[in-house]
Design a protein around this ligand. Structure first.
Ligand code: NGQ
Ligand code: ZN
Length: 470
């Protein structure tokens, strides 16, 4: 049979499905990159001769729900004690990170983001939520085009083929009811209206790009006043776009929120806004039992970034209790200290193991596989948070697929039942061989198809910036 123009036929030896594995799985993909049919036998219109064949284990691409791409430039450069004395903390790291944020040029921003996005694809992420607050020129004045740096991020995504939910950040205050500092000058909008004009420009750009969407990100309760948050939340809800914010990552924020607002951050937020499905609460680390129960009872997604949260000394989110009570979560690479789907998922489970002195805590019951379970929970939560048609290789969702080489040493002896456990816990993430976004191959033999060119530009940028992260 002749394939319809633009339609592609894919064959997978073992295809992950929401209810088990299909071995083999036949998939037809429309020219919009969306899956039309999945079947055990060739579906109508299947192009038997032209089908691309993928041996091994085919998984849905993972959403990366929280990224600050430029921070890829400081990975590994903040692991020595500050010279001033005293304990290092999130806040001393933030000063070092600001050192980079204050120097990065538009060209460097695009080059570093392209590198980070290529590394994400190689790790098995096929979409990124870019929480983007670097808006203005080095002196804090808007660029001639106020959306300059957002457009650089979108260009980087387009270079790599990753799907993106671009989340321009509204940032107005330096702390609860405090003016912004000089070192925050590149982030600041003093008016919600000016920010919404930026958002409008971003949305017009994402509408023209493949696999791109926009959402709204009030930075945090520290950087956004209550009335501003109300306005942004109402805008996001009426526009039907995601709303992401950082919350309760550090104890100091909890203390200050209690002092200034009379409630803990998550408690204050849940009293103020409906915790609806458009909301992604990034970190939510310091939640008490009542706050955790309110999160679990809501349709909001908790955005966990476990490698960054461990690296920054944030604390541990009680993910097992959240999941047991029906709550939703997804994962993010945040500071890019690592870019690893498997590491984020593994840390979710290992955080529970080390405090409980038990194993397989996040498995759903007797015989349930922990790797598969955490992978599937994060797929669902991430797809919701990014409002991307992904999370499963199913009709109506984009054909985002990550294929593991079954002959990789880390998969020896494994079959479909344990391949995801090996991926999450036992190094089989190194077996990622092919990655497709919307049915198009972006990673081949474990390397991004344009890795060499992207790396050449990024190497210059990272070397130039990493010299003085202070
Ligand atoms: C950020 N990163 O916006 O990059 C933050 C640090 C802040 C994380 N929270 C800045 N991981 O929260 O004030
Ligand atoms: Zn963040």
């Amino acid at each position: 049979m002749v394939a319809r123009v633009g339609r592609r036929s894919l064959w997978f030896e073992h295809l992950h499905q929401p209810d088990g594995w299909l071995s083999p799985g036949h998939v037809s993909v429309g020219d919009d990159g969306v899956v039309e049919a999945v079947a055990a036998t060739p579906p109508p219109g299947w192009d038997a001769g032209g089908a691309e064949r993928f041996a091994g284990y085919a998984l849905p691409g993972m959403p990366n729900l929280h990224s600050h791409a430029f921070q890829r430039a400081i990975a590994g450069f903040t692991e020595a004690r500050a010279r001033e004395g005293g304990a290092d903390s999130f806040w001393t790291w933030r000063e070092a990170m600001y050192g980079c944020a204050l120097r990065v040029t538009p060209e460097q921003c695009e080059a570093i983001a392209a590198q980070a996005f290529a590394e994400m694809l190689e790790a098995g992420y096929t979409a990124v939520g870019e929480f983007h607050y670097l808006h203005h020129d080095l002196d804090g004045r808007p660029y001639a085009d106020p959306a300059e740096l957002s457009l650089r991020i979108l260009a980087a995504a387009a270079q790599t083929g990753i799907a993106i939910t671009h989340l321009p950040v509204f940032y107005a205050h330096g702390g609860f009811d405090r003016p912004p500092g000089e070192r925050q000058r590149r982030f600041v909008h003093s008016e919600v209206d000016a920010f919404l004009r930026l958002f409008d420009a971003v949305q017009r750009s994402t509408a023209r790009l493949r696999h791109a969407r926009a959402g709204i990100a009030p930075h945090s309760l520290r950087a956004v006043a209550p009335a501003e948050l109300d306005e942004l939340a109402a805008f996001a809800r009426s526009s039907g776009v995601p709303l992401h914010l950082h919350i309760a990552e550090q104890r100091a924020e909890v203390e200050e929120c209690l002092a200034r607002r009379g409630a803990r951050p998550l408690q204050w937020l849940a009293d103020r806004l409906e915790l609806g499905p458009e909301l992604c609460l990034v970190h939510a680390t310091h939640c008490d039992d009542d706050e955790r129960n309110r999160l679990a009872a809501s349709a909001a997604v908790v955005g966990l970034c476990p490698t960054t949260e461990a690296n920054l000394g944030d604390g541990r989110f009680p993910v097992a209790e959240l999941v047991a009570a029906g709550g939703r979560f997804g994962i993010g690479s945040d500071s890019q200290v690592e870019i690893s789907v498997a590491a984020e998922l593994r840390h979710c489970e290992y955080g529970e193991r080390v405090v409980r002195e038990q194993r397989n805590v996040l498995a759903s019951g007797d015989g349930s596989h922990t790797g598969r379970r955490v992978f599937e929970l994060a797929l669902a939560g991430g797809a919701q948070a990014l409002a991307q048609p992904m999370g499963a290789v199913s009709p109506g969702r984009r054909a985002d697929v990550v294929v593991l080489d079954a002959d990789h040493p880390r998969l020896w002896g494994h079959g479909p039942d344990t391949a995801l456990d090996a991926f999450v816990f036992a190094g089989a993430d190194r077996a990622v061989r092919d990655v497709l976004v919307g049915g198009r191959r972006v990673v081949r033999d474990g390397r991004h198809v344009d890795a060499g060119r992207i790396a050449a530009g990024a190497a210059r940028a990272v070397r130039a910036l990493s010299g003085g992260a202070s």
